[in-house]
Design a protein around this ligand. Structure first.
Ligand code: DX5
Ligand code: ZN
Length: 221
C-alpha cells in the first residue's frame, strides 16, 4: 500500500505520515504535476526534500510532468527512492530510465489509461516497476477505470513468461470495494489517496485496505 499524499491535509502532513507509519506503512506516493502534461499543479522538489528529512518511509515520486529528463536527477537527489515518468511524456525512455538509475533511484514507467501496454515491450527488461494508471492522471478522487485490470494481467503474464522481476503498481480510484480485484490482476504496489485520507481515520482506513489486499494475496497463492 502506498498512500497518495495528494489527498492528505497538507497543513497536517507530518502528523498524518507519522500515524500511517505507526500502522505499518512503508511507502508514500508523491504526485508531481506541472499544469502542462496534466491539467493540475501540485508539488515539486522542495516538498520531496522536506519529506525526506521528516520521514524514513520510502518515497515513490510519480512525475506527471512534461520533459521529465530535466528533473529526474533533482528528485533523486532530494530523496526519492522510486521515480516514475510517463511513457507519453518521455520519448527517450531508455535514456530517462538509465538516468534515474544512475541517480540512485528505482526507475518506473507510468501508462495512461489510453496507452497500450504493448508500447513498453522493448523497454520492460530495463524497468524496475510499471505504474498502470486506473484513472486519467491529474486529480485524486476519480472513478476507477476497469481497463487497468486487463493491463495488469498482461504485464504480469509478460513478466512470468520472460522471468522478469519488475513490480506492478496501480494508481487511481482504489478503495476497499475494488482492491481485491487489482491484487488478483497482479498488482504489487497499490496507491490510494481518497480512500485513505478523506475518511475520519486515515490510519484505520489504511489498515482496512491492507487487510483486504492481504486476503486477496493469500487467495492467489
Ligand atoms: C492521479 C494521481 C493519483 C491520485 C490517487 O493523477 O496519480 O496518485 O492521487 O488518488 P485517488 O486514490 O483518490 O484516486
Ligand atoms: Zn499517482
Amino acid at each position: 500500500m502506498a498512500p497518495s499524499i495528494l489527498a492528505a491535509d497538507f497543513a497536517r502532513l507530518g502528523e498524518q505520515i507519522q500515524s500511517l507509519k505507526a500502522a505499518g506503512c512503508q511507502l508514500l506516493h508523491v504526485d508531481v504535476m506541472d499544469g502542462h502534461f496534466v491539467p493540475n499543479i501540485t508539488i515539486g522538489v522542495p516538498v520531496v526534500r522536506s519529506l525526506r528529512q521528516a520521514t524514513d518511509l520510502g518515497l515513490d515520486c510519480h512525475l506527471m510532468i512534461a520533459e521529465p529528463d530535466r528533473y529526474v536527477e533533482a528528485f533523486a537527489e532530494a530523496g526519492a527512492d522510486m521515480i516514475s515518468v510517463h511513457q507519453e511524456a518521455a520519448p527517450h525512455l531508455d535514456r530517462t530510465l538509465a538516468a534515474i538509475r544512475a541517480a540512485g533511484a528505482q526507475a518506473g514507467v507510468a501508462l495512461n489509461p489510453a496507452t497500450p501496454v504493448e508500447t513498453l515491450s522493448e523497454i520492460l527488461p530495463q524497468v524496475d516497476f510499471v505504474l498502470v494508471m486506473s484513472v486519467n492522471p491529474g486529480f485524486s478522487g476519480q472513478k476507477f477505470l476497469p481497463g487497468a485490470l486487463g493491463k495488469l494481467r498482461r504485464l504480469a503474464e509478460w513478466r512470468a513468461a520472460h522471468r522478469a522481476h519488475f513490480q506492478l503498481e496501480v494508481d487511481g480510484g482504489i478503495g476497499v470495494e475494488n482492491i481485491a480485484g487489482v491484487v488478483r490482476a497482479g498488482a504489487d504496489i497499490i496507491v490510494a489517496g481518497t480512500s485513505i485520507f478523506h475518511t475520519p481515520s486515515p490510519r484505520e482506513s489504511f489498515e482496512k485496505l491492507r487487510r483486504a489486499a492481504s486476503l486477496a494475496t493469500a487467495e492467489k497463492v
